[in-house]
Design a protein. Structure first.
Length: 286
């Protein structure tokens, strides 16, 4: 069976690459160092492929045709999409896909009853461009992107998102080739309200509360306490991207998260942070 060697979660707001210099110097250093360290942690596990989970910003799943999840099945990807190049301020890049892994994940999620479609063409904005810039700067690890709907009701519930992470873990172990090393990367959040009344606010209390929940390694508590209502109250239209982190928690099988960095980066219009789960630790041990 294949092995899930790494699980990470991180913010992807475009300010992290587009206008990081607008943040206070201590936040610039904290975030650049922290996200680069997360990249070191991920690459040290030597993954053969990254399975990513990130929200779709209505770029690939329009409001009239949304699904909970969309698995990208192409053998290659390019980004950022032209409209977003100046905004995210990262050089154009190409990254390989893995059609075999993507097909197994699509089939596995579909047969388990998740509302899932597939696509051979996806436009990448900050959702993939920012994480790849920091975690795999050489873009040398194939990516299987899973876009999720976090914006247009009805969106997947926290429980559904958790179950998707669990399902990906099961698919890796049962349906992928023996010896394959797989990383799971969730991106989105933390608190932000793009274009909304809280656009210039960051809910630091919520962010630190959520990170502390992740660090407990108790999925039942997270699913009971981290409701959609709490996420929307912390920032409508953006904070719900943390559904991807809840998916990562499912993939990590109850292990506690380890926070690498966090900054309430008002100038970046987002609470920014990143975590990882130590997959070498036995389940049930901190």
């Amino acid at each position: 069976m294949a092995e899930l060697v790494s699980v990470v979660a991180l913010s992807h707001a475009p300010g992290l690459t587009g206008w990081l210099d607008q943040a206070p110097e201590h936040q610039q250093k904290s975030l650049a160092d922290g996200f680069s360290r997360l990249g070191d942690i991920l690459r040290a596990t030597r993954p053969d492929v990254i399975v990513g989970l990130a929200n779709d910003h209505l770029l690939n799943m329009p409001p009239h045709d949304t699904h909970d999840f969309c698995v990208g099945t192409s053998g290659s990807w390019n980004g950022p999409a032209e409209w977003f190049q100046d905004w995210v301020n990262v050089p154009p890049y190409a990254v390989a896909g893995d059609s075999g892994v993507a097909g197994a994940i699509f089939d596995g999620l579909s047969t388990r009853g998740f509302d899932t479609v597939s696509a051979t063409q996806l436009l990448f904005d900050d959702n993939w461009s920012v994480p790849l810039f920091y975690l795999t700067p050489d873009h040398d690890i194939p990516l299987v992107p899973i876009n999720m709907n976090c914006v247009v009701p009805p969106v997947p519930s926290p429980h559904t998102s958790y179950e998707v992470g669990c399902a990906v873990r099961e698919i890796v172990r049962s349906d992928l080739p023996p010896g394959l090393r797989v990383a799971f990367m969730a991106t989105g959040g933390l608190s932000h309200d793009p274009g909304g009344p809280k656009y210039f606010d960051v809910n630091e209390d919520f962010d630190r509360w959520f990170l502390a929940l992740m660090e407990q390694g108790d999925p039942e508590t997270v699913l009971r306490q981290c409701t959609m209502e709490k996420m929307l109250a912390a920032g409508d239209g953006g904070t719900s991207e943390l559904l991807a982190w809840i998916g990562a928690m499912g993939a990590a099988e109850g292990r506690p998260a380890h926070t690498v960095c966090y900054e309430p980066a008002v100038e970046l219009r987002c609470g920014m942070g990143c975590v990882y789960w130590d997959m070498e630790r036995p389940v049930g041990h901190g």
